[in-house]
Design a protein around this ligand. Structure first.
Ligand code: S3P
Length: 430
């Protein structure tokens, strides 16, 4: 386990081009693996998680070649082969859940395994709809290891019981290969990268209000694509920009998909000026350049509340928003975030423990936190819980603490953002 020392910083200044979005990289890896032909994917995520998806594609018969500036994936043309070993999803819930939907229609036996954290995460949420489609899928006490005896699937009409883009994707990927037309509706809209990615690879998807339909038996074709920079990685620097009155941050080629970009509104509402310098569309995904400066006079005078649909849209950014909340003028109220308890760690409990270690006052609820603003924190020894977003969130909190902070288990950052500590040192001098 490695420890990273975070010294109080003076400012945040500079520009970044972020590695490719983790969510989009998973989807491009999987769909390229299934498609016919060779896809070229530039700015693929550098995180360990999307590499778990690539390794699984290789185990299923796709050919992966790492070139200097892109990754080439030669797909199996619609037919995965029987892997000789269990499919190792590492720490990645996205790999395990979405892959289950992608492979369930293939006539082989698959075992999906993961690390200690992944083996504790709930998998019934994908077993249920896939079983309703006719998949023979067995969990171990609701968790991984998962065994799938693949075979023909039938379309279903599915309403997602929890807001989860991974569950939605598992059903869409299975529906793509089922008999009939699968439809799916979401009470709360989650990130729509799978919809854009499926279309980019040549599939037809129909959306009518909140209902999506996908006909089975569609073939996918290889693409040349560039993955937009990861906005969830950018979030650590966007939140750090709130901490210094003279901060100036430029983020180039960052993903601005509207189902992910609520973060920008929240950071602006907490006291930042965000300018969009240009925007373009690539394979359905918006990409642009952002300039971010602190704007303390815009900070709210009442606690800012994140609940309902906004919670679902910010699910990956809640750890860092919570970690900087004590420094904001009026603090943060987070509700409807019970899903945070079943991420790579129990993120509500770990945020509360680590903030208290830094001297913060807060109240923990089953589905959220109340974190008053206007607090002064001191440095502390932080437990990342081997959770990448906790390691990075508390590194940002450490920038404004009155003394040094030690992040134990800092290596977890590499799950999504291996360059994080280097960029933090470059942008935030002590
Ligand atoms: C993701 C969906 C979210 C998110 C995860 C990535 C995706 O998970 O937390 O980091 O790429 O679809 P859930 O589907 O469990 O909400």
């Amino acid at each position: 386990m490695s420890t990273e020392l975070i010294r109080p910083a003076r400012t945040l200044q500079g520009s970044l081009v972020l590695p490719g979005d983790k969510s989009i990289s998973h989807r491009y890896a999987m769909l390229a693996g299934l498609a016919e032909g060779t896809s070229r994917i530039a700015n693929f995520s550098t995180g360990a998680d999307p590499y778990s998806s690539l390794a699984c594609m290789q185990a299923l018969g796709a050919k992966i070649e790492k070139k200097e500036k892109h990754i080439e994936v030669t797909g199996v043309g619609g037919s995965f082969s029987q892997p000789s070993e269990p499919l190792d999803c590492g720490n990645s819930g996205s790999t395990m859940r979405m892959l289950s939907g992608l492979i369930a229609a293939h006539p082989h036996t698959f075992t999906l395994i993961g690390d200690h954290s992944l083996t504790q995460r709930p998998m019934e949420r994908i077993r249920k709809p896939l079983a309703a489609m006719g998949a023979n899928i067995t969990l171990t006490d609701g968790h991984a290891p998962i065994t799938i005896h693949g075979g023909r699937l039938q379309a279903i009409d599915f309403e997602t019981p929890i807001p989860s883009a991974q569950v939605k994707t598992a059903v869409l990927f299975a529906g793509l290969q089922a008999d009939g037309t699968t439809s799916l509706s979401e009470a709360i809209l989650t990130r729509d990268h799978s919809e854009h990615a499926l279309r980019a690879f040549g599939a037809t998807l129909i959306r009518e209000n909140s209902r999506l339909s996908i006909a089975g038996g569609q073939k996918l074709h290889a693409v040349d694509a560039t993955v937009p920079g990861d906005l969830s990685s950018a979030a650590f620097f966007l939140c750090a920009a709130l901490l210094f009155p003279d901060s100036n941050l430029i983020l180039d080629a960052v993903g601005l998909n509207p189902t992910r970009s609520a973060l920008l509104d929240v950071v602006a509402a907490l006291g930042a000026k965000i300018r969009l310098l240009n925007v373009e569309e690539r394979h359905g995904e918006l990409v642009g350049t952002l300039q971010v400066n602190a704007n303390p006079s815009a900070a709210p005078t009442k606690p800012f509340e994140i609940s309902g649909a906004l919670t679902a849209q910010l699910i990956d950014e809640l750890p860092v928003l919570s970690a900087i909340a004590p420094y904001t003028r009026s603090g943060l109220i987070i509700r409807d975030a019970q899903e945070l308890r079943v991420k790579e760690s129990d993120r509500i409990a770990l945020v509360a423990t680590n903030l208290r270690a830094m001297g913060a006052e807060l109240t923990e609820h089953p589905d959220g936190l109340d974190i008053p603003g206007g607090q002064t924190l001191h440095g502390a020894q932080i437990d990342s819980g081997t959770d990448h977003r906790i390691a990075m969130a508390f590194s940002v909190a450490g920038l404004r603490a009155s003394s040094e902070t030690e992040i134990d288990g800092a290596e977890a950052a590499a799950i999504s953002f291996p360059e994080f500590f280097r960029y933090l040192r470059e942008l935030c001098p002590s």
